[in-house]
Design a protein around this ligand. Structure first.
Ligand code: KIV
Ligand code: ZN
Length: 512
């Protein structure tokens, strides 16, 4: 590397998971973490250890599995959180504790009900506890954007003296604009004593659609770490999108004094995996990873690109991993090829039994579909990883009838806690009939917030991937289902969401 490194800190598994319904299981988080490691992300924020036993377990498992990236846990500035984070990252080859406390007048007064002096003391103490576990301690001043500048300098000075090695400056509420954010970063670096002994980091939310622009402005003004998420997933309007930050720095080398270690050819695979697991579909015109990001529609553009690619393209599609998964497996592929492909994708199934079941699903799909792509394999594995204890509702058999001039009818048998129940219902369409039939058995009382269908790959034989978002008593879950038949995929997605509502444990939200 000839330029100084820009550290890419991915928080898809923590801030990204705070998107409504995006909660992930331990296995799902592990799959994403392995893909992040393959992409050479420097720091993986694997979760918030004190939030729930499930979060703790997931961070611990990721700390055990990941060797190349630093694994980090978030912790509020209190002893219990910090010690929990310390325990969670203990197995990591490189572990980091990221502790934070709010520093803006509104947060200190209304949320924390703490005096500024108490906030400084809590921050210092949290960093000292964290240093008992690792030298790699990051401190964040939550709502730095609305914090008093002199107070921010005072807090940062104190935590650097206490042993923090990375100082993160968050725009928690997505309020800043690039010129202001860049100036704030520069002023902090110029005014905080020993600023040159630490890494300065930026963490921007996207409420005004400026998270990436603000992050890049901070980099041009001295930040050497960007906190971001794949597809810009995250609380409210999301966080800065990793793929956009990385490609801006790579494409505009002339403007940035830094470079990243990211293997950009892994970006599309990572984006797809996150979208598939969380059910957050990527909009077609999304920069870098949207289906249309490299598609030229107008005749003038097509003509130009055919004559000389750079007329309309500033990046190459293959540099971010488009078309990289063209070959995968086919009907004749055997168990060994299947196992090897899963390993390449970072997928580890727990047992031979799980592998056999996934292989049987693969063969079934290969009979219906000419080519199997990586995304298809991820979808199969997502289905297979549903453990029996969380599969309270299970589809046993399903039939539906739809004909011009007739009301669509769905008939199904569900296993509910191991007991089979039959149901049938009509609806305005086959999906409506299917959901009504399921509800006539489940009686969940959940509200349907979102129903979306997406083709996993191209071609009419592609698997349809359905996302169903349900809300009940303040909890929101996303369910996914994939099948070459989209009505079956819809039934699977609805049942997956019901199972999540049934199984879901309470968790803490770090911003509360
Ligand atoms: O947005 C924010 O302030 C955060 C902190 C916990 C870093 O996510
Ligand atoms: Zn955040």
């Amino acid at each position: 590397m000839s330029k100084p490194q820009l550290i890419i800190f991915d928080t898809t598994l923590r801030d990204g998971e705070q998107s409504p319904g995006a909660a992930m299981t331990r296995e799902e988080k592990l799959r994403i973490a392995r893909q992040l490691e393959r992409m050479r992300v420097d720091v993986i924020e694997a979760g918030f250890a004190a939030a729930s036993p499930g979060d703790f377990e997931a961070i611990h498992a990721i700390a055990e599995a990941i060797k190349e990236s630093t694994v980090c846990s978030l912790a509020r500035a209190n002893e219990k959180d910090v010690r929990r984070a310390g325990e969670a990252i203990r197995p990591a080859a490189r572990g980091r504790i990221h502790t934070f406390i709010a520093t803006s007048p509104i947060h200190m007064e209304k949320k924390l009900r703490m005096k500024p002096d108490e906030v400084v003391a809590a921050a210092v103490q949290a960093v000292k506890w964290a240093r008992e576990y690792t030298d790699d301690v990051e401190f964040s001043a939550e709502d730095a954007v609305r914090s008093d500048f002199d107070f921010l300098c005072r807090v940062f000075d104190a935590v650097i003296k206490a042993g923090a090695k990375t100082i993160n400056v968050p725009d928690t509420v997505g309020y800043s604009i690039p010129a202001e954010w860049g100036a704030r970063m520069r002023a902090l670096i110029e005014n905080v004593p020993d600023a040159d002994k630490v890494i300065w980091s930026t963490h921007c939310h996207n409420d005004l659609g400026l998270a990436v622009a603000n992050s890049l402005a901070a980099v041009q003004n001295g930040a050497r770490q960007v906190e971001c998420t794949l597809n810009g997933l995250g609380e409210r309007a999301g966080n800065a999108a990793l793929e956009e930050v990385v490609m801006a720095v790579k494409t505009r080398k002339d403007l940035f004094p830094v470079e990243t270690r990211i293997d950009t050819t892994q970006i599309v695979a990572a984006s797809r995996l996150v979208s598939q697991i969380t059910g957050y579909v990527v909009q077609p015109n999304k920069a870098i990873v949207g289906a249309n990001a490299f598609a030229h529609e107008s005749g003038i553009h097509q003509d130009g690109v055919l004559k000389h690619r750079e007329t309309y393209e500033i990046m190459r599609a293959e540099d971010v991993g488009w078309h990289a998964n063209r070959i995968s497996l086919g009907k004749l592929s055997g168990r060994n090829a299947f196992r090897t492909k899963l390993a390449e994708l970072g997928i580890q199934l727990d047992s031979e039994e799980a592998l056999n079941a996934a292989f049987a699903r693969f063969k079934e799909l290969a009979d219906k579909k000419r080519e199997i792509f990586d995304e298809d394999l991820h979808a199969i594995v997502s289905d297979e990883m549903v453990t029996p204890e969380v599969e309270h509702y299970k589809l046993v058999s399903f039939r539906f009838h739809s004909e011009t001039g007739e009301q669509p009818l769905a008939e199904l048998t569900l296993s509910v806690g191991g007991i089979e129940q039959h149901a049938q219902a009509t609806g305005s369409g086959p999906v409506d009939a299917t959901f009504r039939a399921i509800e006539s058995v489940a009686n969940s009382g959940a509200e349907l917030l979102l129903y979306s269908v997406n083709a996993i790959t191209t071609g009419t034989d592609a698997q349809g991937e359905v996302t169903v978002r349900l809300a009940k008593e303040g909890r929101i879950v996303n369910g996914q289902g994939a099948d070459t038949d989209i009505i079956v995929a819809s039934a699977k997605a609805y049942l997956n969401a019901l199972n999540k509502l049934h199984a879901r444990a309470e968790r803490l939200n770090p911003q509360l």
